[in-house]
Ligand binder design. Structure first.
Ligand code: MN
Length: 305
């Protein structure tokens, strides 16, 4: 599985002066962080968390869900440390929803109410469960999903990155399929735009995810734009890119371990040999065909003389 396309867009919305959302698009790593806290602390929290991912995202000590957890834990350490050192940043925190694409598995980890969705076969599926007051009330049957949509405390989250020395991360993995589109977004989108509209916009702009991201941000602003809006898309493809098939030919060529040829020598030899062989075979076949025609003609002549 490889990535066919990615897109990302963040907008402050119509009511907020600052954008306290941050995002990471560093394939195969993707994340949205929605910061909270007084003054500019929300911006500090989400950007510290995003930087933690960008800086430690390349490390391959772990894989899959364990790596996603390690990344969010590192973000938690950095945000919490700053919040304890800096009086202005006291109590700040951030949501964090992270996706890591590895072969055909997509590991997802999250804390808070930024969501991950999967668009597959014309359906939109919410993959993450919000860590929010209203989501918990819905899960325990005390609130209907419809009541939750308009609840005055719907932006209250029950878990955050950076507010405690340790963080509890929810993780799971999805088996990717050809054409899967993953959407990670902040609540500035999902509070303003119904899931039906999200799906319709994605389907309409399926061929251009940058356009799909613009359409979602526009829809959130039309719906009121009461919060910062952040949208990330990535699309999976099972097709191998053309360059990679050539590389496969090279690695499959029988080069023994004791062979002293280095890769820079092996590559042109392998790629040049193929057309040469084809070029030689064709004239030989043509010559053989000509010889057979001549032989047949000679035999026919001998027979009829
Ligand atoms: Mn928000």
């Amino acid at each position: 599985m490889r990535l066919r396309a990615t897109a990302a867009l963040s907008h402050p919305g119509r009511k907020r002066r600052h954008n306290e959302d941050a995002y990471v698009v560093q394939p195969p790593l993707f994340a949205v962080a929605d910061g909270m806290g007084g003054a500019k602390a929300g911006e500090v929290a989400s950007s510290l968390a995003a930087a933690a991912l960008q800086e430690s995202g390349g490390s391959a000590d772990w894989s899959g869900e364990a790596r996603v957890v390690a990344l969010i834990e590192e973000a938690n350490r950095r945000v919490f440390r700053r919040a304890t050192e800096d009086r202005d940043a006291s109590g700040m925190g951030t949501t964090m929803t992270v996706a890591l694409v590895e072969d055909d598995r997509i590991a997802i980890g999250h804390v808070g109410d930024s969501r991950a969705y999967l668009i597959r076969d014309g359906h939109l599926e919410q993959l993450t469960d919000d860590h929010s007051l209203v989501a918990e009330l819905v899960r325990s049957g005390k609130l209907t999903p419809e009541e939750a949509e308009t609840h005055p405390q719907r932006s209250v989250i029950t878990r955050a990155v950076g507010t405690e020395p340790d963080v509890d991360v929810d993780t799971f993995s999805i088996a990717g399929a050809e054409g899967d589109v993953f959407l990670i977004c902040s609540d500035g989108l999902t509070d303003m735009v119904h899931e039906r509209t999200i799906l319709a916009a994605v389907e309409q702009h399926r061929a251009n995810l940058d356009e799909a991201a613009k359409a979602l941000v526009n829809a959130a602003n039309r719906g009121g734009g009461e919060d910062n809006i952040t949208v990330i898309f990535f699309e999976l493809s099972s097709e191998e890119p053309a360059e990679e098939t050539e590389e496969t030919v090279v690695t499959e060529s029988p080069v023994g371990d004791e062979d002293t040829l280095d890769e820079s020598h092996a590559q042109p030899v392998a790629t040049v040999e193929e057309p040469k062989r084809r070029g030689r075979t064709l004239p030989i076949l043509t010559a053989l065909a000509l010889l057979m025609i001549i032989a047949a003609a000679v035999l026919w002549l001998l027979d009829h003389l």
